[in-house]
Design a binder for this molecule. Structure first.
Ligand code: PGA
Length: 252
């Protein structure tokens, strides 16, 4: 079967103002038009209106970096799925290791967020990944399987076939220390095998599994050509037009 559509997803984290977002997306539109990859940019909440407005009519899709799972209520500082959906958001990144570490996001919360995102007609990009200690202890596969198994609880086969999973070893994020192609492939294959066990072959063949952690213009092509890696979740390099353009066009 043919390989899944590659996704190049930027995760801007807490970078760029709304004004800078307009300028960046305007320039990016021309650079990535007609690319074979699905292009997604994960921007700060307040930059979403600027991003969706400028991206309109182009092949750039906009992702949020977080959302609350409740529909509304007394949750100071939070945003809901309906708010994001109304702005034209298509994907929401959930379970990023920075949110787990600094903001106490648990697997159970990530599962509730996935449910809410799908109910609102958007798709989650669910992050997972081990620490350096866990890798050294030899528990990477168990840890990642545990994270993903809980994140997916209660989701239907159809939903799982459409959502995106991002494997991001924590020791590779923002460190310039990329996992080798083989290390990244090994864990993405573990995740796909878990999908086979939980949902069967057909679903597992459709779900996209990204690698994240110091993806750059130089290593994207080799990583994205691995059999179980369907693209990248890109932090630092997604903030630079030329680097992100090259990642999107890795196969050119
Ligand atoms: P990085 O970040 O590409 O800067 O390592 C990746 C991520 O955190 O998603």
């Amino acid at each position: 079967m043919s390989k899944r559509t590659i996704m190049a997803a930027g995760n801007w984290k807490m970078n760029k103002t709304p004004g800078e977002t307009k300028e960046f997306v305007n320039a990016l539109k021309g650079l990535v038009a007609g690319s074979n990859s699905e292009v997604v940019i994960g921007v700060p909440s307040v930059c979403i209106p600027a991003a969706t407005e400028v991206a309109k009519g182009s092949n750039i899709k906009v992702a949020a970096q977080n959302v609350h799972f409740e529909a509304s209520g007394a949750y100071t500082g939070e945003v809901s799925c309906a708010m994001l959906k109304e702005l034209g958001v298509e994907y929401v990144i959930i379970g990023h290791s920075e949110r787990r570490e600094y903001f106490g996001e648990t697997n159970e919360m990530i599962n509730k967020k996935a449910r809410a995102i799908l109910d609102a007609g958007m798709l989650p990009i669910i992050c997972c990944g081990e620490t350096l200690t866990q890798r050294e202890q030899g528990v990477t596969a168990e840890h990642v399987r545990y994270q993903i198994k809980i994140a997916l609880l209660g989701l239907s086969a159809d939903e799982v076939s459409k959502l995106v999973i991002a494997y991001e070893p924590i020791w590779a994020i923002g460190t310039g220390k990329t996992a080798t192609d083989e290390q990244a492939e090994e864990v993405c294959a573990v995740i796909r095998q878990l999908l086979v066990e939980l949902y069967g072959n057909d679903v597992a063949e459709k779900t996209r599994i990204l690698y994240g952690g110091s993806v750059n213009a130089g290593n994207a092509k080799a990583l994205f050509s691995m059999p179980n890696i369907d693209g990248g979740l890109v932090g630092g390099a997604s903030l630079k037009l030329d680097a992100f353009e090259q990642i999107v066009k890795h196969d050119a």
